[in-house]
Design a protein around this ligand. Structure first.
Ligand code: C2O
Ligand code: CU
Length: 467
């Protein structure tokens, strides 16, 4: 079937249920009816045309068998109700990345739930406290399941309509494909990749297509929601001939600032919302390129042959979500020291209460990284907080690699003035960053590197917030 706007076809799939919308980019209305039934997300094999000119489509795993999975749009304070059906050959879960969620719904295998076995189901039902750009993905064997295509966007709309002409989601992913277009399965679990920069793909896709394509009109103002779903690549996106303003990071509003040199860096799992005034001429094309390795055209803006739209361009500041401000002076500061990896100069690590030499640890458990000398999820939490206590985590990167440090259930910020709220922070090699948050969400929450090979290779821990 031929659809006029093929780049958005995945986003139109599925049925809408109350409070939840599968919306095209221009659709803003929200329904507020009683929810009759959950949306069914069946995690299953499917195919996708990831590679230009490939003879056959690529076999992937996706929610509903497509990549990205259905776009979820919900109003702030609304409810998401999804029934996961596992039609994969592996156990799986869904984690709702960046949502300050009820702990039981966080989807972390072996911490907040048992992974859902093949053939079984699990219902996720929760309210969304924050407006912003979020996403969802498995939290079991995620280094393989995310790489195969299991992910989608979760957009939470502000209480008041934001004055833009289009609201566009742009999910960027890198895939490791063989010459015939198939996913390179032989490299899954590679220890070399775990110990270095992780799995880096050789094919970039935007919203599951080889080239993103966004239809715009001269003079329009768009909101572009960028999501990096790469396993491990730090994306460098450049907006050629445009002057975007960043209005949100990791789903949380910031004081708007222009993008320096039109370039934005996003580590795995990070999001950014950009406000872009489309200044090109009618009929023109402008490119978004990815420049982490070479200059690759990721997407194009295609201007309609229509006269320029005249519209007001007021400064646009998104409303803030209600995140409790940390009392930094009173914070209890906990150290989290990252060690290991290639060139890491470490000779031993702890794992499950036992000390290992590196060679043994790699061979027996595939682990190469540690937090505070411990590789892999520890039995005991990194800390246990009283509800409402301000916690600081001093993250010391004593490795030769950058890491994308992600906290579950909470957003955090650094002490410096105007520091953004984040849920994922890139910490450079030999760098120390201290982040603060009010531990106000009871339960067991993970902290891990979101470079999924690093997580699998040992960079994982958790903390507890008492009820
Ligand atoms: Cu995006 Cu622990 O996850
Ligand atoms: Cu890492």
């Amino acid at each position: 079937m031929l659809k006029p706007n093929t780049t958005r076809r995945h986003f139109l799939a599925g049925s809408a249920s109350a409070g939840l919308l599968f919306a095209g980019a221009r659709i803003f209305q929200t329904r507020a009816l009683a929810t009759p039934a959950p949306l069914v997300f069946e995690a299953k094999p499917g195919t996708a045309n990831l590679l230009d000119g490939a003879e056959n489509p690529t076999s992937i795993w996706g929610y509903g068998g497509v990549v990205p999975g259905p776009l979820i749009r919900v109003r702030r304070g609304g409810e998401v109700w999804v029934k996961l059906k596992n039609a994969l050959s592996q156990p799986t879960t869904i984690h709702w990345h960046g949502i300050r969620i009820d702990n039981a719904m966080d989807g972390v295998a072996n911490l907040t739930q048992q992974a859902v076995p093949p053939g079984e189901t699990f219902e996720y039902r929760f309210t969304v406290p924050d407006a912003g750009t979020f996403w969802y993905h498995p939290h079991n064997l995620s280094w393989e399941q995310v790489a195969r295509g299991l992910y989608g966007a979760l957009i939470v709309e502000e209480d008041e309509r934001v004055d833009v002409d289009q609201d566009i989601v742009m999910i960027a992913d890198d895939w490791r494909l063989n010459g015939d277009g198939a996913i390179d399965e032989a490299s899954f679990g590679s220890i070399g990749e775990r110990a270095h920069a992780g799995r880096l793909g050789n094919v970039l896709t935007i919203n599951g297509t080889p080239l993103g394509s966004f239809d715009v009109r001269s003079g329009e103002r768009i909101r572009l929601r960028l999501i990096n779903t790469c396993n491990s690549r730090i994306l460098q996106l450049r907006f050629e001939d445009l002057e975007p303003t960043i209005i949100a990071l990791d789903g949380q509003a910031i004081s708007p600032r222009p993008l320096k040199h039109g370039l934005i860096s996003l580590s795995p799992a990070q999001r950014a919302d950009l406000l872009i005034d489309m200044t090109g001429e009618p009929g023109a094309t402008q490119a978004i390129t990815e420049v982490s390795v070479s200059r690759l055209v990721a997407a194009t803006f295609n201007y309609a042959n229509k006269e320029r739209l005249e519209r007001d361009r007021p400064d646009l500041v998104l409303p803030s979500n209600n995140i409790a401000p940390p009392r930094i002076k009173d914070a209890r500061v906990v150290d989290l020291v990252m060690t290991g990896g290639a060139m890491g100069r470490v000779s031993e690590m702890m794992h499950k209460g036992k000390s290992y030499g590196m060679r043994e640890l790699v061979q027996e458990h595939g682990l190469v990284w540690a937090f505070n000398g411990n590789a892999g999820m520890p039995e005991a939490p990194l800390f246990s907080a009283k509800r409402g206590e301000t916690i600081g985590v001093r993250m010391v990167n004593d490795t030769q690699w950058p890491h994308a440090m992600h906290f579950h259930g909470h957003h955090f910020r650094e002490a410096k003035e105007d520091a953004p709220w984040r849920d994922t922070l890139q910490v450079e090699r030999n760098e120390t960053r201290t982040v603060y948050f009010v531990a106000d969400n009871p339960g067991k929450w993970m902290i891990h590197c979101h470079m999924l090979e690093h997580q699998a290779g040992g960079m994982a821990t958790w903390f507890q917030v008492e009820t």
